[in-house]
Structure formats: structure tokens, C-alpha cells
Write a protein that binds this ligand. Structure first.
Ligand SMILES: Nc1nc2c(ncn2[C@@H]2O[C@H](COP(=O)(O)OP(=O)(O)OP(=O)(O)O)[C@@H](O)[C@H]2O)c(=O)[nH]1
Ligand SMILES: [Mg+2]
Ligand SMILES: [Zn+2]
Length: 360
């Protein structure tokens, strides 16, 4: 898999790579001179492609990380890299991380992408479009603390685009929707606000919705392979097989991803509650505090469904995602606990003070 790494990339300054004070605070003064920060732009079986401000380096991992690669490191991560050995010393704390549970019985957390500013949730104006799946992606974005934007592709193929846009606005009034023809440079210009220098965007969505097509159009050349979808059910062929971070002319970074067959959420109930805050607001008016919204007396949620204010589908989707929160891994619970105890600001201030003391 080494073939993909040696495209001659121009060199980038750290800030062009997405470096921020949040990360620089994590490097200490007693670090050996050979340690530099680098950003992971590709993850392979036993090697990482890491971009430093000077070079692209094929880096190896300490044994502790190599054992559980997909749990420990992701495309977009910042690492402290030892130039004398080309080995990663440690992964820096992340500003955001997109994760899911691995398919199968074990509730193992799998990192998808790190330090992402915007999540482009890609779906098409065809059979792929599914509000309940989109709600699942919104919960993923909330948990990851990343802004979601729905990119509605194949707008050129469907005269009823507005119906899709309206359905989304009804469901998620606060989420921005951008209908595009992914093959047209002019059309994808609508995504420019999220593609400024140093910004990182990840593309998620089913196979065949046009993630790689979008990436190619934004890059201005056909770098990522794309393939047609099946006529009968609009499903794709899983053309993209690994995650990779690429630089756009604008200075933004895009992470193309393989289409997801199944997205098992690794999110807490608070994140689901945020996506369905209309239901949670209604529930405060239910007669009973512990109302299950299943025929209970004085249920404001069911009353809203009755008068057509709330979709039954949405309540079912809310319930389903809430049930799944029971699977959330311990790491989430621990992280939430930590956030509660310190509060983000306080934490970074303390860290800065420690560094300042080291300097003084
Ligand atoms: N007309 C039109 N075709 C599109 C659009 N977006 C994608 N396509 C086509 O849809 C097919 C699938 O696109 P891909 O970019 O390979 O899809 P993907 O999301 O990367 O799929 P995976 O890599 O399998 O996850 C290709 O034939 C594209 O040319 C669009 O907006 N308009
Ligand atoms: Mg693809
Ligand atoms: Zn109720």
C-alpha cells in the first residue's frame, strides 16, 4: 500500500496543516529536539503517512498503538513524531473525533477521523435518501462536536430536489442543506464556506452517493476512483476502500471515506437528545415525568403526533437511537465524566499555566 503515499505534495506550514493553539499547548519544553508535530494523512496496516511542516514521512507506531490501530489513531490525528526513528511517540489530544462501534458483537470503538471541523453528510436525491439514517448521522456529528452539513447530490438528475430539501428542513431546521451536482465545479462552489485554508472536512454517507466524485471535483482532477451505482436500487459498489486526507487548492483538507454499510453509533443519550430536542421539549409537557409516550395518559408527544405536528417515524427513530446509546463504550462515559468535572476552558487554561511555569 506504499504506492499511494509518494505523490509530490507541496510543503505546508503547520497552520496550513490545521495546527492550532489547542495542539501546541500539548507539546512540552522538555521534549527531545528530534520530536516534531505531524498530521496523519493516511493509515495503513503498519505504517502511517504523516505530514510535517517539512516532509511527508512513512512513520511506524509504538507497539502499544500498533496492536489496536483503529481504536488508537485515525486520519486527521496530530502526533508527536520522532524524526530520528520515524516513529510516532504519542497521539495528541483531539479537538474532535468521529467514531463508531465496529460491526459485530463486540462493542469496540473504531475511530473514523480526527480533528475534523465539518462533517459533510452525503446523500442523493434517490432511494438512498432516508431521514432516519440522516438523524443517525446527526447524532454522530453532535457526539463528535463537529458541524454537520448535508450535501444532497444528484440534484441534476431529479426534478423534485425541493421535496428532499423541504423534508430535511422539517426534520432538522438547524442543519444546512446544500443540493449539488457533484460533477459540476460551479455547483460544488456552494461548499466553499467550509473549505477555507486549514479547515478539515470529512465525507460520510452510503456507497455510491458521490463522496469521491465530490472530492475529485473539488480537487480539480480525477484522483479518487468512482463507479456507477446499480440501476435497480441506487446502491453503490464500495469503490473507495480506505480513508485518506487530501489537500485542496483552497488550503482545506478533505477526508474521503469508504461508504458505510452500517453505522453503529457510539454516542450518549445527550447527543441523541440534542438531535431530537423537539421531542424532548414536548416531553416536558407530558403529564408524567417518566412518560414512555406509548399511550400514557396526558402524553404531549402522542398528542403532537395526533395533530400532525410530529412525525411518528421521528418518534420511532428517537426511540431506536436511544436504545442504542446503551451500547456506548466506556471511553465515551469517561470522557463525558471528565468534561463535566473540569469544563473545557478551565482545562486548557490549566494546561497553559503548566507550560508557562515550565518556561519561566
Ligand atoms: N449525475 C450525477 N452523478 C453523480 C453525482 N454524484 C455522483 N454521481 C455518480 O454516482 C456514482 C457513484 O459516485 P462515487 O463518487 O463513486 O460514490 P462514493 O460515495 O465515493 O461511493 P463509495 O466509494 O463506494 O463509498 C458515479 O458514477 C458518479 O459519477 C451527481 O451529483 N450527479
Ligand atoms: Mg468513493
Ligand atoms: Zn409522553
Amino acid at each position: 500500500m506504499l504506492g499511494v503515499i509518494s505523490m509530490a505534495l507541496p510543503s505546508f506550514s503547520l497552520s496550513q496543516l490545521g495546527w492550532r493553539p489547542f495542539f501546541s499547548r500539548q507539546l512540552t519544553l522538555d521534549e527531545p529536539e528530534t520530536i516534531v508535530p505531524g498530521r496523519v494523512i493516511g493509515v495503513h496496516r503498519s505504517l502511517l503517512n504523516v505530514l510535517t511542516s517539512a516532509d511527508e514521512i512513512a512513520a511506524t507506531l509504538p507497539a502499544s498503538i500498533a496492536q489496536s490501530l483503529s481504536e488508537s489513531i485515525a486520519v486527521g490525528d496530530w502526533v508527536a513524531l520522532d524524526l530520528s526513528t520515524s516513529r510516532v511517540r504519542r497521539v495528541l489530544e483531539r479537538q474532535s473525533v468521529i467514531a463508531r462501534l465496529a460491526a459485530g458483537e463486540r462493542t469496540q470503538r473504531q475511530l473514523i477521523a480526527a480533528n475534523v471541523d465539518t462533517l459533510f453528510i452525503v446523500t442523493s436525491c434517490n432511494d438512498d435518501f432516508n431521514l432516519s439514517r440522516l438523524e443517525r448521522y446527526f447524532a454522530l456529528a453532535v457526539e463528535a462536536q463537529v458541524e454537520p452539513v448535508v450535501v444532497l447530490t444528484k440534484a441534476d438528475l431529479n426534478p423534485t430536489v425541493d421535496a428532499y430539501v423541504d423534508a430535511l428542513r422539517d426534520t432538522a431546521p438547524n442543519v444546512i442543506v446544500a443540493p449539488v451536482n457533484a460533477l459540476s465545479i460551479e455547483s460544488v462552489g456552494a461548499l466553499r464556506p467550509w473549505l477555507a485554508s486549514g479547515q478539515t472536512v470529512a465525507f460520510v454517507g452510503s456507497s455510491g452517493v458521490g463522496k469521491s466524485t465530490l472530492v475529485n471535483t473539488l480537487l480539480g482532477h480525477q484522483q479518487q476512483s468512482t463507479a456507477g451505482i446499480r440501476e435497480d436500487d441506487s446502491k453503490g459498489r464500495h469503490t473507495t476502500t480506505h480513508r485518506q486526507m487530501l489537500a485542496l487548492q483552497s488550503g482545506a483538507w478533505v477526508i474521503d471515506m469508504p461508504g458505510m454499510r452500517e453505522l453503529k453509533l457510539d454516542v450518549g443519550a445527550e447527543s441523541v437528545g440534542e438531535v431530537f430536542n423537539d421531542i424532548e421539549t414536548l416531553a416536558m409537557r407530558c403529564k408524567f415525568r417518566d412518560c414512555a409516550h406509548q399511550g400514557d395518559e396526558g402524553c404531549a408527544v402522542l398528542a403532537a403526533i395526533e395533530v400532525g405536528e410530529l412525525d411518528e417515524r421521528r418518534l420511532a427513530s428517537y426511540r431506536k437511537l436511544l436504545r442504542e446509546t446503551a451500547n456506548a463504550t466506556r471511553s465515551i462515559k469517561e470522557r463525558r465524566e471528565r468534561d463535566r468535572q473540569f469544563g473545557k476552558m478551565a482545562k486548557s487554561v490549566m494546561k497553559q499555566k503548566r507550560i508557562d511555569r515550565g518556561r519561566g
